[in-house]
Design a protein around this ligand. Sequence first.
Ligand code: NAI
Length: 799
Amino acid sequence: MNKPIRRAAVIGSGIMGSGIAAHLANAGIPCLLLDVVPKQPTEQEAAEGLTPEHPAVRNRLATAAIAKLQTTNPPPLYDPDFAGRITPGNLEDDLPKIADADWVIEAVVENLAVKQELLARIERYLQPGTVVTSNTSGISINAMAAGRGAEFRKHFMGTHFFNPPRYMKLLEIIPGRDTDPALVARMKAFGERVLGKGVVIAKDTPNFVANRIGTYGLLVTLREMVEKGYAVEEVDAVTGPALGRPKSATFRTLDLVGLDTFRHVADNVRENVTDEAEKAAFEPPQVLMEMVARGWLGEKSGQGFYRKLKGADGGSRILSLDLASLEYGPQKKPSAGSLEAAKLAKGAAEKTKALLAGGDRYSELAWNVLKRVLVYSAAKVGEIADSALEIDNAMKWGFGWELGPFETWDAIGLVPSAQRMEREGLAVPAWVKDWIGQGHTSFYRKDNGSRFYVLDGKYAEVEERPEVISLRSLKEKGRTVKANSGASLIDLGDGVACLEFHSPNNAIGADILSMITQSVEEVRRNYEGLVVANQGKNFCVGANLMLLLMEAQDGEWDEVDAIIRRFQHTMYQLKRLDKPVVAAPHRMTLGGGVEACMPADQVIASAETYYGLVEVGVGLIPAGGGCKEFALRASQNARLPEADLQPLLNQTFETIGLAKVSSSGHDAKKLGYLRPTDRVLLNQDHLIFEAKQAVQRMAQAGYEPIPEEKIRVVGAEGKAVMQLGAIAMRESGYISDHDLKIAKKLAHVLAGGDVPAGTLVTEAYLLDLEREAFLSLCGEPKTQQRMQHMLAKGKPLRN
Ligand code: NAI
């Protein structure tokens, strides 16, 4: 029976249970959250006269967990209001309610007996076809299912989320011996499409995939450092960005995870594998045991490998632990040729090569850790996951490595490095030697835009799924229609083209504007419609400020005017294209990036989109049509003659005036940046496919270009209302004099200038107002300081 998943129940409201419930709520799935009944009322509950029988007491754990979701940072929910989709309860009174759930997720303490006993209770209330999964980080799925009925076992598997569930891409799915393979495939698709995860199918082995390799790597690193006397900060300098890995590197990661938890995870492998050498590899070093014994568990206990000290001046310093003396001392910034070379190199592959080639003690540390992790990963292919590809994905999605172990091995040269490993006494697994023996020089291969990986001694094609469109591989297949240094137009097939930005930080400069114009022409003649999307780190950080600042500092006002005219005209062309346009932003989408999305007929944003008109932060106002589009929307939303425009504009004024940036795609809707007809998608990898489909649907339905219409404005009176609000903020010290000056100009533009309320104006008129305000602000020294500061520091200056 194939029940769609519409409702869920999560058992255990701790860190993971509440985080998973939040993410289900993010995906629009209502969720019951249950936990144990507290033994007795708290003092405060007793003072309020609550007895142990009161639901507020009995549901306290889940209720408190839900409340905490709304204040945790970074936010587990896309919108704090989504907490309303989670219903608290307790395991004594509410377990029968799981009969309404299509998916029950167990996320209680990591203890086999507790989990087994709970699953037995769960089994009693299940409807046929309900999926039950465990979020265990390492306990055997088959052991958990032992004693349950056939129907239960068929619908039971592991779903291992990583913390925090909203942000970590990896979801390991672990089928048990009797799990229905069709259900596994269905849950994988659900995890990807609905929850936006990258799913790896793991085998039922201790700690599954990412934590098995990750823990091994951390232990190898610890042992190497103790043996060779490296300092904590030296190890972190080598094992972070220098190897294409997160800044938290080795020890900030361990401090965050908690040393006791880490030890527990390592023990789980040691106790459950049979190979003696492997058992030994998972033996925690003495120093770690000592730290756990002293209660130095990392961040949660205030100290671990690092310790933060608050100084008398209110500032803080971070000390590092000397593993020999177990004393904390000031950090010494490691410097060496290899680290410098890695810093300068571009991309994880080049960084790793540069680090290894340095010939110094850091190169040696990197090699001694890497070689063991690579060999271990290779030895585990087939045991923990079916392929090298799955292991690479698990490490990239679960540990934030830019390259998985096999990709790393390719990058440093499979054949020479395998020879060196053997020379140094490591046992390179037989399958790797056979593979090399067959004449292969890498685990992966590319051919005409398709990617192949090693699987059972042969190259297999990395499955290209229709919902995951890769612009890079389309370009490799020769599908570029037009290109310049900042952007390309790519043929997506089926009559749809994609405009891709690829300038540094995807900032909009003359090259991107030119490509937008060319794309509009090309699509008008030869395509059904256009997608505006890219697969860079961020969609677009805004307009390129450098040129603007230089012209402003030189007082070249005609040039500044020309730049803005060009920007406005380009966005206007995009808007008036007589074919459907869908923009698909992701992650940082700021200033001009938002203005490049606003002309689209629809926006399909990634759930992780941080979207905002932030021009005020650099002393300006949006002048690429951003203010005009907002005024137009307000006018359209208050179409009835008696409808009040003012509140809509007040909200816009506040959003732009305070340079608000959304904390998610859903929040962008709440802030009014996205329209109700715009969509938010949890899986960023699916954006271009969905945008293409939307374009096709509009084209098939007989797309009619949006005719230009007059905009009703609030005029002088409405401007005064907005300005009054800004003055009040100045008086209460919330904004600066310069902020107030900018706000007044913003109010002027949004209000449509000094015309009488209700006047109908044209788009061109509002664009002129935008441009005038922008130009005059460019001449302000404080605005120039703000721009300069942003270019130098990457953050806004308050002046
Ligand atoms: P936690 O300690 O934050 O939460 C555990 C929850 O289990 C608590 O709400 C507690 O009230 C409940 N509980 C305790 N005893 C119980 C019992 N006898 N019956 C029913 N419920 C009981 O732990 P956390 O971190 O949320 O872990 C939950 C599960 O998720 C564990 O299996 C853990 O291994 C796994 N996990 C943890 C990750 C992490 O980073 N913390 C990551 C991935 C998986």
